[in-house]
Design a protein around this ligand. Structure first.
Ligand SMILES: [Zn+2]
Ligand SMILES: [Zn+2]
Ligand SMILES: [Zn+2]
Length: 164
């Protein structure tokens, strides 16, 4: 497979994108299956296969009648020790059969100033929802724009340590 052709690239766009986690080029399958953090799940289409619950669904481990919330509705031994090798191989076969999803790069832009791929940062969900208008809760902002919004609203949200 060759990398996807990019038409009309945005300023700063680099057509030779590689997966941040496994280093695979755009248009190709992620390396070290099934461990790449940026591989999407072909079964539920969640963007992160390693954190969807398809492995439990495929193996029919989730049961709301038998198991409780304490074990995430899973058999206690699976909750404690994780899925077994047998669970994993059944799940991987289903993924392969459904067809693995190659890496495609979707850049993030600041929803306010349009900055291309701003550095990641985090605040708590409560802080985020307090500062952001509801219709922008699913957007992404650069740290400077978030700070500007805080200032407009006379809110002080301390700079997270990992910004420096
Ligand atoms: Zn990857
Ligand atoms: Zn899934
Ligand atoms: Zn911005």
């Amino acid at each position: 497979m060759t990398p996807c052709n990019i038409v009309h690239p945005a300023p700063g766009y680099d057509a030779t994108q590689i997966c941040d986690d496994c280093g695979t080029p755009e248009g190709q399958l992620h390396n070290h299956f099934p461990c790449c953090a940026l591989e999407a799940c072909p079964l539920c289409l969640y963007w992160q296969m390693i954190s969807c619950d398809c492995i439990y669904q495929v193996n029919r481990l989730v049961n709301h009648h038998i198991w409780t919330k304490e074990t995430g509705f899973l058999p206690p031994e699976v909750y404690a020790n994780g899925p077994t090798e047998k669970h994993r191989s059944r799940w991987m076969r289903r993924i392969e059969k459904a067809g693995r999803i190659p890496f495609v790069f979707f850049p993030t832009f600041c929803a306010r100033c349009g900055l291309y791929e701003p550095p990641m940062w985090m605040v708590t969900r409560r802080q985020w929802q307090r500062v952001m208008p509801r219709n922008h809760w699913h957007d992404y902002l650069c740290w400077e724009c978030f700070q500007a919004l805080c200032r407009c609203q006379r809110l002080r949200i301390p700079t997270p340590r990992w910004i420096h």
